[in-house]
Design a protein around this ligand. Structure first.
Ligand code: BGC
Length: 769
């Protein structure tokens, strides 16, 4: 797949029709607007390999758990974001023969994802088995401006014949999740209706009673003039369609404009869904395609103004980073605190569309710097609203007194993951949620969340750590036993350095927050203490744990040890491993992986990344030089952390190598799994790799700090940063940097250890010696 898509700064371009790569392209060219999204399926029938996928954020199904050996504490279900009504469908018959790219000779195929303006374009010529040749162009987008609306302009031109086109726009709710545990269909029809040029399908989930309604309205033009051919109506369970017969001559252009509204009971009362949906699609049709398209490009212009990264001198890197930013903005817009970011967003079904620690550890930094702060605040609020469930989850596992264990995978706060070594043991996720609160406060300076809701989350997580850490008489230290760190290629280990570190950091930060509240919001603190039944003795226990925690180290090597006993393993480097063994997770048995020293993703290094300011450069370097060569990066979340640390220690070649791997992961199908969907959460990691890695951005003591380096063959790197009300356009070239304050909010900034003050709308230009 390397170099399959054409290099272009603003577009992803596929220039050949390849049935083999089609499912990969369906993921890559996905569209979304935070509220809904879809894979880049074809409008017309396609009998080749394809995963038809349309998803509405937050509409999920509790699919009954399937495991070999049931363990007490496993969840009853795995929540899956639901594949819902296929609304793009427009089947075409040409003189009686179906247009199906799997069954005709395809020429001049092109699929373009226009990231600047937010649409997908597809064009091709197809020679059918009856000898008729047509030219087709379709342009489709999901409106960023009107969250429920999707629009298609589909044009057909007969190239060598005159005759009859059958045009069949339809809605189809007969869809299934590809990963349904028991091959069940999850939807029932409530009602449907079809009329000429219009139709709706309303469905409800078999469990939980989510209701969704989809309404289509379409019109047809021939050579630019609206026509009203007679239509026949088709209707069956969960399916409505029109068939319009259009007579045309060679070279006539017939265009179908299809306007669709998708609504759900998450935002409307079920009794009004049908009316609202019809109304929304009617308004869309009345406003017309051109206006909707303009709104779309305006909305994307605004997004890019706030989040673009420009890399001059390296189109491949430029395309990679824009693709990542585009997909992130398509996945989550942050208006609704009940929504979150699934590892595959709307681009596929793997991981169920649920929330992982990825959000806190990887996505929050992206949204903090590129969106209004309420977006990240909503992500914090999401976890707060699920605190009761996290407490319930911990109590199922035997924890008491308001201790919370947030789930590894969740939709509504309940745990969905069902592998004991992760569900029960990968508890570092709890720490990531606490760290995100710190990250938010540190970045925005907004401490109001602490008293309002974050203190409750921190206390509940701290209570969990205080119970999960136990005292070892042998070591005369606190230990945390039986865990899985971020490196999932080690299970049930004792004293994972990262987990122990994060646990103590959480306790310490919670104490700091208590001190802050005591000083600044004493009444609120008292209220909260009462609500949580919080006794100051807890602080004494926490301090004791912090002071007496056991941290595994190798004194001779001067490194933190990933876990106790790690050095007992045979030490082999990835470079000395025959390539035929890679990827390990596909080639080796699980026990062989567990016995080996190979590391799936940053683990000790994840901790060093989070707590970087505690370590000097030589400590970071020693740990990096030890762990990176043992890391196989078989999680997409791995390379970005390595880019950042490599940049920090001045290993620029490594930083660049890791960056490329992260930024083009899906475009180049590095891990051979893009057909399952794109790696959305790791895309935020890629952004971090550029801005925190190459840009060296940090926030310390309320100040924005930059320490950039530019990879050798880049002539410049520019990125946008929102910080405390200011929007900055920051550009580094090899001999100067320019910072433009695009707002009237003044700002302090430190670049290469020099302090600068920028007034509103100032431009600072400094030569780099
Ligand atoms: C990683 C986890 C991650 C999950 C979802 C796994 O492969 O090891 O850290 O949370 O993918 O992205």
């Amino acid at each position: 797949m390397l170099n399959y898509y054409k290099l272009d700064e603003w577009n992803i371009v596929e220039e050949n029709f390849s049935a083999d790569n089609n499912e990969i392209s369906e993921s890559v060219f996905s569209l979304g607007n935070g509220y809904m999204g879809q894979r880049a399926n074809f409008e017309e029938e396609y009998s080749g390999p394809s995963l038809q996928g349309n998803y509405i954020a937050g509409v999920y199904y509790p699919d009954k758990t399937k495991v070999g050996w049931w363990k007490n504490g496993y969840p009853e279900y795995f929540a899956k974001v639901l594949n819902s009504t296929n609304w793009i469908g427009i089947n075409i018959k040409i003189n009686g023969v179906s247009l199906d790219l799997a069954k005709c000779f395809v020429k001049d195929f092109k699929r373009v994802l226009n990231m600047q303006e937010g649409y997908m374009l597809r064009s091709f010529k197809a020679l059918l088995t009856n000898g008729n040749e047509v030219e087709v162009t379709s342009k489709r987008f999901i409106s960023m401006h009107r969250s429920e609306i999707g629009v298609i302009k589909y044009s057909i031109r007969p190239l060598n014949f005159k005759g009859e086109l059958e045009i069949i726009p339809y809605l189809d709710g007969n869809v299934m999740n590809s990963d349904s545990n028991y091959d069940e269909k999850f939807w029932d029809e409530i009602s449907s209706e079809v009329k000429p040029y219009e139709g709706y399908v309303m469905l409800k989930t078999k469990k939980l009673d989510f209701q969704i309604c989809t309404n289509m309205i379409y019109e047809i033009t021939k050579n630019g003039k609206l026509i009203k051919p007679i239509v026949s109506l088709n209707q069956s369970e969960k399916y409505v369609a029109n068939t319009s017969l259009v007579k045309c001559n060679q070279n006539d252009e017939v265009i179908i404009y299809k306007y669709v509204a998708n609504t759900s009971s998450r935002y409307y009362d079920p009794s009004e869904l049908i009316d609202v949906t019809k109304k929304l699609s009617r308004i869309a049709k009345e406003d017309g395609y051109e206006l909707l398209l303009k709104e779309q490009s305006d909305a994307w212009r605004k997004k890019w103004k706030e989040s673009d990264i420009v890399i001059e001198g390296d189109v491949s890197a430029q395309q990679g980073i824009r693709f990542n930013i585009f997909q992130l903005n398509q996945t989550y817009t942050g208006e609704d605190y009940r929504l979150n970011i699934g590892p595959k967003g709307f681009t596929g079904e793997k991981y169920g569309g649920s929330t992982y620690w990825d959000t806190e550890a990887y996505c929050i930094p992206f949204y903090l710097s590129t969106s209004d702060q309420k977006v990240s605040r909503n992500l914090l609020l999401y976890r707060y609203k699920q605190l009761d469930k996290a407490i319930e989850n911990a109590s199922k596992l035997g924890f008491t007194g308001g201790a919370a264990l947030y789930p590894m995978v969740t939709m509504n706060g309940e745990e969905c993951h069902n592998e004991w070594e992760i569900t029960f043991e990968e508890i570092h996720r709890n720490g990531a949620i606490a760290y995100a609160i710190y990250n938010y406060v540190n970045y925005t300076g907004d401490k109001s969340c602490l008293g309002e809701f974050s203190f409750e989350v921190l206390t509940a997580i701290s209570r969990f750590w205080a119970q999960r850490a136990t005292f070892s008489k042998v070591k005369n230290k606190y230990v945390i036993l039986g865990v899985t760190g971020p490196n999932e290629y080690e299970n049930n280990v004792n004293n994972n350095w990262y987990t122990n570190k994060l646990a103590c950091w959480t306790l310490d930060y919670t104490i700091e927050v208590i001190d802050y509240l005591r000083e600044n919001e004493p009444e609120r603190l008292n209220e909260l203490k009462e609500k949580l039944n919080f006794k100051d003795d807890e602080i004494i226990t926490w301090k004791n744990i912090i002071q007496n925690m056991y941290y595994p180290r190798d004194v001779d090597l001067g490194i933190f040890l990933q876990q106790e006993g790690y050095m007992d393993k045979e030490q082999i480097l990835v470079k000395d491993l025959d390539k035929k063994h890679m990827p390990l997770n596909q080639r080796w048995s699980w026990d062989r992986i567990l016995r080996s020293c190979f590391i799936k993703q940053a683990d000790v290094l994840q901790g060093i990344y989070l707590f970087e300011k505690e370590y000097d450069i030589s400590t970071i370097k020693r740990n990096f030089d030890f762990y990176e060569p043992r890391t196989v990066h078989e999680s997409s979340l791995s390379p970005c952390i390595h880019t950042i640390l490599a940049a920090k220690i001045g290993n620029y070649d490594k930083a660049y190598e890791m960056y490329l791997r992260a930024s083009r992961l899906d475009l180049d199908n590095y891990n051979n799994d893009t057909l399952d969907g794109c790696h959305i959460t790791s895309m935020a990691g890629t952004w971090m790799a550029v801005v925190h890695g190459f840009g060296g951005l940090r926030v310390l003591d309320n100040k924005l700090i930059l320490n950039p380096f530019i990879p050798e063959h880049w002539s410049s790197l520019s990125f946008k940063i929102m910080f405390r009300g200011a929007l900055l356009n920051i550009k580094f070239t090899t001999n100067k940097f320019i910072i433009q304050n695009e707002t009237n909010v003044p700002i302090n900034i430190s670049v290469y250890k020099n302090d600068y003050y920028l007034n509103g709308n100032d431009i600072l230009e400094v030569k780099i010696p």
